[in-house]
Design a binder for this molecule. Sequence first.
Ligand code: HEC
Length: 121
Amino acid sequence: MFKSVSILLFAACLTGQVMANENSETAKAAAPDPAALAQKLQACGACHGEKGDKPLLPEYPILAGQHADYLAAALRHYRDGRRNNVIMAAQVQALALTDSDIKALAEYFSKQPSPLATLHR
Ligand code: HEC
């Protein structure tokens, strides 16, 4: 219960942020409904971890700390078929991700503490 309430509150904050930073991309799509966004976020968490840092299986990617524009591009590519993966195509379709959902989800995961690091040469 507490977990879903906190996810809901976080999604509400995210939506506020998206609305505040309205740019040409988000202006086209309405800001996501916080409750719907929280549900979508929870779905992602099942495989990628609640914060995108603890994937269910080692071969599932870590989303936490990746660039938001990269994550958003990947999601758009799963949606339009440019990137082909059965599992993610099914997610994007089942959850009917809109442009503003994609932006909010990508921003959320990009801001989470990440176990990823850049290799130094
Ligand atoms: C059933 C498990 C599952 C669920 C649920 C799921 N994913 Fe994924 N996700 C995967 C797998 C597996 C991959 C790797 C696919 C590939 O190789 O292209 C992936 C890849 C991704 C990538 C590309 C990452 C990269 O490093 O290129 C993004 C972004 C992503 N998922 C976001 C999400 C979001 C956002 C949600 C929720 C809306 C979500 N995923 C839900 C399993 C899942």
